[in-house]
Design a protein around this ligand. Structure first.
Ligand code: TYM
Length: 337
């Protein structure tokens, strides 16, 4: 990670679809937890974003609570910081509409994530999926947050957020919205699929074999790592030896982040050794990290009222920050107040 931020207002979000995986954890959630110490943090379960593709209504409600529990178990502190679900703070939708009118269609057409998610039959997708990046910009700028911890796949959306802020400021001739900075980890910004090192680890992949989920049991973790794609060569002793060995690079990167060691250090220990030794050490590290989160999540899920209350309090605190900012933005664009 680059220099840790301090004294910033932080905003980030995660979609409450499926169970968060190792990519979500090492790319984002670990940073969310880390930077709570010196910053004011606002973390959001983005249920409105989830709706851009069909969600079963009962499952969506359940997943919001489940992810609340997982984030708490991972170390988010809802007393000192804010944890809430997006749809409960109306300022997000109101600012997103203004941004729909600021963003140019050409900007939207350049969004690679839309192209990836929409697939071949683009016209069959929801309009929500298309304008999703405007809602994401609104999420951040409704709080005038300046630090956004995310994985690499969100970089383009943050650049768009800055373009929107600049155009709004220019169109309405004032310095209203700040520029935002992504906090993107160095090594784990893009954790790859365990079965295919050229594909990102993703919740939407139909096979769970390519991802470790934060609620996986220990034996599932061991089996997934055992079956993770590797190659027939032993691990190299130098980093250069990982070039063109995508799967090996991915596993070594995961190990390095979990062990808090550089890739060089990891290869000093494992260079020349076969994958079976390395994979078994990697499983141990994963279990050490994930088992306590899984256990704590289960405990928290036993008390849904508690989770509801956390979100309710979080939403009230989030509204108190976003409401005056978004009301002012509405006034600036000419809405009668
Ligand atoms: P989402 O729910 O897809 O993912 C949540 C976070 O996990 C990161 N991530 C990864 N990091 C490393 N390797 C991977 N394989 C991997 N997969 C996912 C994502 O980069 C993200 O940080 N649009 C966002 C949610 C969002 C948001 C926001 C984020 C909505 N509004 C405002 C920041 C600020 C998303 O879909 O994340």
């Amino acid at each position: 990670m680059s220099v840790k931020p301090s004294g910033k207002r932080v905003f980030s979000g995660i979609q409450p679809t499926g169970i968060p995986h190792l990519g979500n954890y090492l790319g984002a959630i670990q940073n969310w937890v880390d930077i709570q110490q010196n910053n004011e943090c606002i973390y959001c379960l983005v249920d409105m974003h989830a709706l851009t593709v069909w969600q079963d209504p009962i499952a969506l409600k359940k997943q919001v609570l489940e992810q609340t529990a997982i984030l708490l178990a991972a170390g988010i502190d809802p007393q000192k910081h804010i944890l809430f679900n997006q749809s409960s703070v109306s300022a997000h939708a109101r600012l997103a509409w203004i941004f729909n009118c600021v963003t140019r269609i050409g900007w939207m057409n350049r969004m690679t994530q839309f192209k990836d998610k929409a697939g071949k039959n683009r016209e069959a997708n929801s309009v929500g999926l298309y304008v999703y990046p405007n809602l994401m910009a609104a999420d951040i700028l409704a709080y005038k947050a300046t630090c956004v911890p995310v994985g690499e796949d969100q970089r383009q959306h943050l650049e768009l957020t800055n373009d929107i802020a600049l155009k709004f400021n220019y169109d309405y001739e004032r310095d209203f919205f700040p520029q935002v900075e992504g906090l993107i980890p160095k090594i784990s910004a893009r954790v790859m699929n365990l079965r295919d090192g050229s594909k990102k680890m993703s919740k939407s992949d139909p096979s769970k074999q390519g991802r470790i989920e934060l609620l996986d049991e220990n034996d599932e973790i061991i089996n997934k790592i055992k079956r993770a794609k590797s190659d027939s060569e032993p691990l190299p002793s130098e980093k250069e030896g990982l070039v063109h060995r995508l799967e090996a690079l991915n596993l070594v990167s995961i190990y390095s982040v979990l062990a808090k060691q550089t890739i060089k250090q990891v290869l000093q220990d494992f260079g020349g050794k076969g994958f079976s030794v390395f994979k078994s050490a990697l499983s141990d590290l994963l279990i050490q990290e994930i088992a306590p989160i899984r256990q704590k999540t289960k405990e928290l899920l036993a008390d849904e009222n508690y989770l509801h209350n956390i979100l309710k309090q979080g939403s009230a605190k989030a509204s108190a920050i976003a409401e005056p900012i978004v009301s002012e933005a509405e006034y600036i664009v000419g809405f009668l107040k």
